[in-house]
Design a protein around this ligand. Sequence first.
Ligand SMILES: *[C@@H]1O[C@H](CO)[C@@H](O)[C@H](O)[C@H]1NC(C)=O
Ligand SMILES: *[C@@H]1O[C@H](CO)[C@@H](O)[C@H](O)[C@H]1NC(C)=O
Ligand SMILES: *[C@@H]1O[C@H](CO)[C@@H](O)[C@H](O)[C@H]1NC(C)=O
Length: 230
Amino acid sequence: MAAALLFIAALMAASYTSSEAAQPKASFEDNFSIMWSEDHFKTSADGQIWYLSLDKDTGCGFQTKQRYRFGWFSMKLKLVGGDSAGVVTAYYMCTENGAGPTRDELDFEFLGNRTGEPYLIQTNIYKNGTGNREMRHMLWFDPTEEYHTYSILWNNHQIVVEACQWEDPFPECVSTTTKNWWDQYDAWHLSDEQKMDFAWVQRNLVIYDYCKDTERFPTVPVECSLSPWD
Ligand SMILES: *[C@@H]1O[C@H](CO)[C@@H](O)[C@H](O)[C@H]1NC(C)=O
Ligand SMILES: *[C@@H]1O[C@H](CO)[C@@H](O)[C@H](O)[C@H]1NC(C)=O
Ligand SMILES: *[C@@H]1O[C@H](CO)[C@@H](O)[C@H](O)[C@H]1NC(C)=O
């Protein structure tokens, strides 16, 4: 099995949009530094965008320069098409202690398949070095066809992973109206629209949920009793 790591970061930043007028435009390098595979990064002429690539040898990683307790992180991704059986493309974010035994980590993993068969998406969460929180979903779009946005919101109240369409300059599933919105009241629980989306995904697309795997976890993990409806 091939594992392709697309991305890593220290406790990640939020949407990284300095919208205040009359300021010189920030460049990506102000807030992030490359960790590995420098030759797999390309920077746009205005310095605002990094293009990352993945090939059969390696992916790449970058790190925030500052540390963040909460935030929202989003990336546009397009997956390898054709026969991708056995390929796992990972887009993940973890704390600066990296591969250490006490790391926290949020994962998107795309599980490849034979030509013409769909990718599955698996999410996982590591807390203090322990993962085992897999959820597996079918997708409702073809991730190899064009770029889609995959986002992670995390704060003291919830962790939300989301895939949505990108409408420049932001993905449409995001509110950018308030300062630090990712840790304001509205981001502490799902919105009504997100609850409907969540219910639809649960009904139609979830094919594995560790919370329901009583064979693997005879005692239901404690976070499984938290309700997304609150
Ligand atoms: C990005 O870096 C600049 C310069 O170091 C800093 O002033 C700014 O607060 C950073 N932005 C974020 C979102 O952390
Ligand atoms: C590959 O696609 C088939 C047919 O849709 C599906 O049953 C199978 O679970 C998929 N395997 C993976 C690893 O995604
Ligand atoms: C994290 O795990 C380590 C062992 O790997 C343990 O010593 C430590 O107490 C744990 N920390 C918390 C906050 O649970």
